[in-house]
Design a protein around this ligand. Structure first.
Ligand code: ADP
Ligand code: MG
Length: 238
């Protein structure tokens, strides 16, 4: 688990401002769901926390330690993308072990980490397959397996289930919540699915046009939406 402090975060691409000063304190073990319209800066914020994007201004701290200048591999965070981002030429097992091999873990450690992750996700029979021989749901499981092998302190999920059909989404949603609990992780999960947000979140962060509009439990946002934008998203009478 890790606490994540986001303080005064601004981001511009060239002269185009995307985030206008985001402040957010995420507690150890929390499941945060980040919602907001397309283009409001959700992915950019996640990518900055993961270290995949420079911070224009402000500070990101993980467990109290400033990480702005740390490489992604030194942040103890794993990210799961909508597009799965698997290596097509590698087997499932090799995709899952890639980050451990980068870090020069021993063969024994790698085998046991991949074995554990595979059994948690029901991937044992698929370990020697290539991604192209998997269904969308199986690919997303591999992407999750790859994220958990390192036992990171935090997970960042960027609309991980958007490409899956409704039934599979519901099943995977439950599994993600269980993994989060079992691994004692801290998670930030981006979605534009209201049901996903309401069922997964300890707290929801509603963003609009690069600014946080409201942070609260699903019930807080439903009962007391801060503005029409939040009311519209949550589907409450407002
Ligand atoms: P969201 O994930 O909420 O849909 P993004 O964070 O992907 O939004 O994008 C926020 C804004 O930043 C959008 O206007 C997008 O076009 C812009 N943007 C994102 N990445 C880049 C980039 N690498 N270069 C220029 N503009 C970008
Ligand atoms: Mg996005």
């Amino acid at each position: 688990m890790a606490s994540i402090d986001i303080h005064g975060i601004r981001k511009s691409f060239g002269t185009f401002p995307v985030l206008h000063g985001v402040d957010l304190t995420i507690r150890d073990g929390e499941f945060i769901v980040l919602v907001g319209p397309s283009g409001c800066g959700k992915s950019t914020l996640l990518r900055m926390i993961a270290g995949l994007e420079d911070v224009t201004a402000g500070e990101i701290r993980i467990d109290g330690k400033r990480v702005n200048d740390l490489a992604p591999k030194d942040r103890d965070i794993a990210m799961v993308f909508q597009s799965y981002a698997l290596y097509p030429h590698m087997s499932v097992a090799d995709n899952m072990s890639y980050s451990l091999r980068l870090r020069r873990s021993t063969k024994e450690k790698i085998a046991s980490a991949v074995g554990n992750a595979a059994s948690k996700l029901g991937l044992d029979p698929l370990l020697e397959r290539r991604p192209r021989a998997l269904s969308g749901g199986q690919r997303q499981r591999v992407a999750m397996g790859r994220a958990i092998v390192r036992q990171p302190k935090a997970f960042l999920f960027d609309e991980p289930l958007s490409n899956l059909d409704a039934r599979l989404r519901e099943q995977m949603r439950a599994e993600i919540k269980k993994l989060h609990g079992d691994l004692r992780a801290t998670s930030i999960y981006v979605t534009h699915d209201q049901i996903e947000a309401m069922t997964l979140a300890d707290r929801i962060v509603a963003m609009h046009a690069g600014v946080v509009q409201q942070v609260g439990t699903p019930l807080d946002l439903y009962d007391r939406p801060a503005n029409l934008f939040v009311a519209g998203f949550i589907g409450s009478p407002g």
